[in-house]
Design a protein around this ligand. Structure first.
Ligand code: PDD
Length: 289
C-alpha cells in the first residue's frame, strides 16, 4: 500500500502527471526511514532533514510533523513487513515545462515501503568491495534531492566491477559514497569528513558519531585525504539500510595491513556491535504518546 496526495492505494493504481517536475527535472526531495519491529528509527531526525532539503529548494513543507508522523504510521501498518524502509518524496508538482520554479502549484506527495533486509551476517563479518571514483556530482550534495543521476552513474560503475559502493573523492579529499557516508580508521582513531555542502548529513553518520563520543572511542571529524583513505587500517560505509558495513577490498586491494589486511577491523566490529545494541535499546523503549 502506498500514499499519493492524500490517498492510500495499491502501488499499481498510483498515477502522476507526466508534467510533474519530479519527472521532468528531478525537482523534488526525499527521505528513506528505516523501520524496525514496526517502529520508525530516528523519525524526527529524518523529518528535520526533510525540512532542510525543502528549505534549500524553496519548497514549502506540505505537512506539519504530526501529519508526517501519521502518514508514516499508516504506511507501516498497511504493509506486511515488520522491518521496512519507508520512502517518502515531495516534488514541486505538475506545471508547464519551464526551469524557474512556478508559483502556486500543489506539490506531489508520495510514500511507499519495501522490506528492510540488513546486510547478511557474512557480509558484515567479511566486508564488501568498493572502488574509489572522482566525485563529479554537483555542489549541493547536502540536499537529499531526487536528482540522483550522478549517484546512479557512480553506483553503476561500482556494480560493473562487482562492488557494493563507489567511494568518492573531490580535490584530493574523501567526500562520501554514492549512497552512504564513509568513515576510516588510522592507528586506532576514527576519521570522518565534516558535514558540508559536499556530503549528505547522514542520520546513521550522526548515530555513529554519538556512539564514538558516548564510549570515548578516539575519533576526529576533519577533512580526510585521499591518501589516508587509500592507506587506512579500516574503511566503513554507513547508511540507514546498510547500517555500519566494512569495506575490506578497495580498488581490488585489501584494506589494512598485517594480519588484519582484507578483514573487518576491530574498531568496525566494536562500533557495529554498539550500533546494534543502541538500536535494540531504542526499539524497546516505550513509544511516544
Ligand atoms: N541513502 N550519502 C548519500 C549520498 C546517501 O544517499 C545516503 C543514504 C547516505 C546515508 O544517509 P542515512 O544514514 O541518513 O541513510 C549518505 C539512502 C539510504 C538512499 O538513497 O536509499
Amino acid at each position: 500500500m502506498i500514499h499519493l496526495n492524500g490517498e492510500f492505494m495499491p502501488i499499481e493504481q498510483a498515477k502522476i502527471s507526466v508534467l510533474d517536475r519530479g519527472f521532468i527535472f528531478g525537482d523534488g526531495v526525499y527521505e528513506v526511514i528505516p523501520v524496525y519491529s514496526r517502529r520508525p528509527f530516528r523519525l524526527e531526525e529524518h523529518l528535520a532533514r526533510l525540512q532542510s532539503s525543502l528549505d534549500a529548494i524553496r519548497l514549502a513543507n506540505p505537512h506539519p510533523l504530526s501529519k508526517w508522523t501519521e502518514l508514516v504510521a499508516k504506511i507501516i501498518a498497511g504493509n506486511p513487513w515488520d522491518d521496512q524502509n519507508v520512502y517518502l518524496q515531495v516534488t514541486r508538482g505538475a506545471a508547464k515545462r519551464d526551469h524557474a520554479f512556478p508559483k502556486g502549484i500543489a506539490p506531489t506527495i508520495f510514500l511507499m515501503a519495501s522490506e528492510l533486509v540488513p546486510p547478511s551476517p557474512e557480509l558484515v563479518r567479511d566486508g564488501a568491495k568498493a572502488i574509489v571514483l572522482p566525485d563529479f556530482r554537483w555542489l549541493r550534495c547536502d540536499i537529499k534531492s531526487t536528482s540522483l543521476l550522478g549517484n546512479c552513474m557512480l553506483r553503476t560503475l561500482a556494480a560493473d566491477q562487482g562492488c557494493v559502493e563507489a567511494i568518492l573523492v573531490r580535490d584530493g579529499l574523501l567526500t562520501e559514497a554514492s549512497a552512504s557516508n564513509v568513515f576510516i580508521v588510522m592507528n586506532g582513531t576514527v576519521l570522518a569528513p565534516p558535514k558540508s555542502h559536499l556530503i549528505l548529513p547522514g542520520i546513521t553518520y550522526d548515530v555513529v558519531i554519538e556512539i564514538l563520543r558516548a564510549h570515548s572511542l578516539p575519533h576526529e571529524v576533519r577533512p580526510v585525504a585521499e591518501s589516508e583513505l587509500r592507506s587506512a587500517d579500516e574503511v566503513w560505509v554507513t547508511s540507514s539500510s546498510r547500517e555500519v558495513l566494512p569495506i575490506t577490498t578497495l580498488d581490488g586491494r585489501p584494506v589494512g595491513r598485517g594480519k588484519n589486511a582484507g578483514k573487518r577491523g576491530p574498531v568496525c566490529a566494536r562500533v557495529y556491535a554498539l550500533y546494534q545494541e543502541y538500536k535494540a535499546k531504542v526499539m524497546r523503549a516505550p513509544a511516544h504518546a
